[in-house]
Design a protein around this ligand. Structure first.
Ligand code: ZN
Length: 453
């Protein structure tokens, strides 16, 4: 591994942003502690930049969209629309800020990016060298000033968030930054989100919040939190980069890694699953059998039902275990029948917490279904994309090498135009579901289009 950003697959733009921010953060720290800047540097008044205390340090941060922060009228971007992100061009030199959101499609490496950035901030060289104690302990999860919140049981509640915010406000023991990484920030309860917002609005001078979420859609991150954060969008990495990482990090055979990375169309986690999990391969095979099965109207409706039901089953299986664990954890936490000192207090919030949990589990189940269906549609789009490129004799590798013969037969039968129409039908179906068209209706319409051509 060259440095801490080495495992961030195919995210060149994000890495540039984060390196710049880390360098800027290191410069702020050097300026705030003049004794550290080479021998003979005069303290305080002699500092040309004048960052001789932590408040001044805080003022140097670029505060995206902070309309009511007093005392800094000269802040870059102060005249910009307070709701809008401050474009880089408007804040030259201000690469660092208190709060960040890493967004991207599942598998793009949001938490990998957040951890790498945290390591770069704690790096004794300020670069994320990957070798110093700051980098090592951060990546290993043992750095005293880095708190990682992974809501794997109950989602992050308000009590936990308040405690977290309080601890994060303390002076960093390592002399650099207090960092809080919140994975799946879309799973904060509303109250926890409000507690976090207060901290992000009035950040302690040395505290940095790194949030990870699928998107900046208000369903994922509240508009007010989003307006205080800088967004680092991650994209789906190229297949070659994914295959390389599967071989290097997961020890998967190069030919399997290449097949899986191509079939997953750049989705790191999906590629890993395809390479390792026979059930995931079976589900994909079933989806890719759809074009062969479309022999009439009845068959088209059957195929639609099969696709929807497979997505529902996959989603149910993926959330069942964690749903049950959450319910059990909540019941334990609420101390059913408990007589301890905390029992009475716990019971007061019980009804609300149960309702909150059920609501969250329902929305997670819906999302899991949509995700599973979307994965199937992406696989299907890959098949028609292969048919199209073959019909056009384009010199590109097929997405699905194992159905290339079938795609070639389709290319001959449908020609480029017919292949393109079918590809468009799949993409239209995805778009329709995204805009909340009932999945079954969208999929049935798609299957009919695929059959008719
Ligand atoms: Zn380092």
């Amino acid at each position: 591994m060259t440095d801490v950003f080495g495992d961030l697959v195919g995210q060149d733009e994000a890495v540039v942003t984060l390196r710049r921010a880390a360098a800027s953060a290191a410069a702020l720290l050097r300026a705030a502690t003049p004794v550290a800047v080479g021998a003979g540097a005069p303290a305080g008044g002699g500092d040309p930049d004048g960052y001789d205390d932590l408040d001044a340090l805080a003022e140097q941060f670029d505060e995206p969209g902070d309309p009511d922060r007093p005392g800094d009228p000269d802040r870059p971007g102060a005249t910009a629309d307070p709701g809008a992100p401050v474009p880089d061009a408007a804040d030259p030199g201000a690469g660092m800020t208190h709060a960040w959101i890493f967004t991207g499609p599942p598998g793009s490496g949001r938490s990998v990016a957040a951890r790498a950035f945290a390591a770069a901030l704690q790096c004794v060289h300020g670069t994320g060298c990957g070798h110093c104690p700051g980098c090592h302990t951060t990546l290993a999860g043992t750095h005293a000033d880095v708190r990682l919140v992974v809501p794997d049981g109950l989602s992050i509640g308000v009590g936990e968030m308040r405690a977290l915010v309080l601890r994060a406000a303390s002076t960093p023991s390592g002399g650099r930054w207090q960092i809080v990484i919140i994975e799946d920030a879309d799973r904060l309860t509303e109250a926890a989100g409000n507690a976090l917002l207060k901290a992000v609005e009035e950040p302690p001078p040395r505290t940095v919040f790194l949030l990870c979420a699928p998107s900046t859609h208000p369903d994922d991150v509240s508009v007010t939190i989003r307006s205080r954060c800088r967004v680092v969008p991650l994209r789906q990495p190229p297949a070659g980069a994914v295959a390389e990482v599967l071989v290097r990090r997961d020890g998967i055979a190069p030919d399997v890694a290449e097949w899986a990375a191509a079939a997953a169309q750049g989705h790191v986690g999906r590629a890993r699953r395809l390479a390792r999990d026979p059930e995931a391969r079976q589900r994909r095979d079933a989806v890719l059998a759809v074009p062969r099965r479309l022999t009439g109207v009845g068959a088209a409706f059957d195929a639609a039902s099969a696709l929807i039901e497979a997505a529902e089953a996959e989603a149910a299986a993926s959330v069942a275990e964690v749903d049950e664990a959450e319910r059990a954890a909540l019941q334990t936490a609420l101390g059913a029948g408990g007589t301890g000192r905390g029992a009475a207090g716990a019971m007061r919030g019980a009804a609300g917490q149960l309702k909150d949990l059920e609501k969250r589990q329902k929305s997670r189940a819906t999302r899991a279904q949509r995700d599973a269906l979307d994965r199937a549609l992406v696989d299907l789009a890959g098949f028609y994309r292969d048919a199209l490129t073959m019909a056009l004799r384009a010199p590109v590798a097929p997405v699905h090498t194992d159905t290339a013969t079938l795609a070639a037969a389709g290319a001959q039968k449908w020609d480029a135009e017919g292949s393109l129409r079918r590809l468009e039908a799949v993409l239209e179906c995805r778009a329709a579901i995204e805009t909340n068209v009932k999945p079954r209706i969208a999929v049935e319409a798609m299957m009919l289009s695929l059959w008719r051509g």
